[in-house]
Design a protein around this ligand. Structure first.
Ligand code: AMP
Ligand code: GLY
Length: 417
């Protein structure tokens, strides 16, 4: 089987490693990929520069399956999955209409209300004045720009001054361009990320995870793309998982079918475990990053065939098995992250890592040595039967890898709900 994965980060590095370990994956290609991804044995480059040239290349090279890692090509009109369908290539990733679950917060909120899926109350607003009326003096409040904003479109505002600042930037200065705004009820509780493989009416819930979004230890400081993750079936007890499945996952999948969104691919549920039960904060039409790097080492079986069959409408859960233990992913970020990033710092110690997986997110080869090339640089992932063991191992292995200005949160996996 020939597979083409779309993406370039740590998540795609992890997906490609797992696909390559599948019995069915003969060859894996990646677009746009990275130098580290191309170093995986059997992983090849794609000669393309945009969606149209990617589709032509996949057709000419008789690709059997396209796997969407990142969302960028799914969320554009006539997106990746639609174009794959036009040329008869199965795609693991939803068509444009289904990808709106991530791309438009108002679309997702209306979907949740239509299908009675628990979420915070919200109002869609066209202007700053409408937003002020919707906030109605109640703080804290959550403001969400209804469009793509590179992860910067959400503000949890404790008071009027912070809300006014966000409204000015987003609705008056139009920092993210034109678009509506959602005023949402502020939910309180621990967060958990749930991932399902969805193929039409069927789904399989994968190992749940928790990510650590803030730069600083103890969850302080600005939000980042994710400074680490912990994954385990034990993260949520069976009773909680059953409730999440019944109240959130099953009605979402039934809603996707009812609305004829033809969803095939990974679906990410960002949940808040509130005192009133689990509620949805957001959907993403892809796997999480860095949660994928934590989850993939816990999954074995034929992931390649699982995705191919799922993309064709046959969900075959028997192709995968899940390790019952724990996996901890530590991110090493470069100097200045998340405000900026630094390229060109030489990385040492990678060859000393003996008991963990290394996934590259932002690296490049410089005079034959790996160097930083982005904000999040590497993910070091270790597993064990208990959380404590996995935490110790992941941090001990991550500490072997060094570069100038390296940032790593030492509390990843330690801070538990
Ligand atoms: P998002 O960009 O939708 O992933 O949101 C980023 C972060 O904002 C989430 O991980 C939450 O920590 C926080 N957040 C989003 N929506 C809410 C909400 N309704 N109540 C409280 N916090 C929220
Ligand atoms: N880890 C959060 C995300 O992938 O969006």
């Amino acid at each position: 089987m020939k597979i083409c994965v779309v993406g370039k980060g740590g998540r795609e590095h992890a997906l490609i490693r797992s696909l390559r370990e599948s019995e069915s994956a003969l060859e894996v290609f990646c677009f746009p990929g990275s130098e580290a991804i191309y170093e995986i044995e059997g992983a090849g480059k794609v000669d393309a520069h945009d969606l149209e040239s990617l589709i032509s290349w996949m057709t000419a090279n008789a690709i059997d399956l396209c796997v969407a890692g990142e969302e960028s090509y799914l969320v554009t009109e006539a997106g990746l999955a639609n174009r794959c369908a036009d040329v008869g290539i199965p795609c693991w990733g939803p068509p444009f209409a289904g990808a709106q679950m991530e791309a438009s917060k108002e679309f997702a909120k209306e979907f949740m209300l239509r299908h009675s899926i628990p979420t915070g109350a919200a109002a869609g607003c066209a202007t700053a004045d409408e937003a002020r009326a919707a906030i109605a003096g109640e703080y804290p409040t959550v403001l969400k720009f209804d469009g793509l904003a590179a992860g910067k479109g959400v503000a949890v505002c404790p008071d009027e001054a912070s809300a006014e600042e966000f409204l000015k930037e987003v609705m008056e200065e139009r920092r993210f361009g034109a678009g509506r705004l959602l005023v949402e009820e502020c939910l309180v509780g621990p967060e958990i990320s749930i991932f399902a493989a969805v193929s039409g009416p069927e789904y399989l819930i994968l190992t749940p995870a928790r990510d650590y979004k803030r730069i600083g230890e103890g969850d302080v400081g600005p939000n980042t793309g994710g400074m680490g993750a912990v994954a385990s079936r034990q993260l949520a007890d069976p009773e909680l998982m059953a409730r999440i499945e019944k109240e959130i996952v099953a009605p979402t999948v039934a809603g996707l079918e009812k609305d004829e969104l033809n969803y095939k691919g990974f679906l990410y549920f960002g949940l808040m475990l509130t005192a009133d039960g689990p509620k949805i904060i957001e959907y993403n039409c892809r796997f999480g990053d860095p949660e994928c790097q934590a989850v993939m080492p816990l999954v074995s079986g034929d992931l390649a065939k699982f995705c191919l069959e799922g993309a064709k409408g046959n969900l075959l859960p028997e192709l995968l098995t899940f390790n019952e233990g724990w996996s901890v992913c530590c991110i090493l970020a470069s100097a200045g992250y998340p405000d900026s990033s630094r390229a060109g710092d030489v990385i040492s110690g990678l060859e000393d890592v003996s008991d963990a997986r290394i996934y590259h997110a932002g690296t490049k080869k410089q005079d034959g040595q790996w160097a930083t090339n982005g904000g999040r640089v590497l993910a070091i992932v270790a597993g064990a039967e208990t959380r404590e063991e996995a935490v110790e191992k992941a941090h001990a292995e991550a500490a072997k890898v060094t570069f100038d200005g390296s940032q790593r949160r030492a509390d990843i996996g330690r801070l538990h709900f």
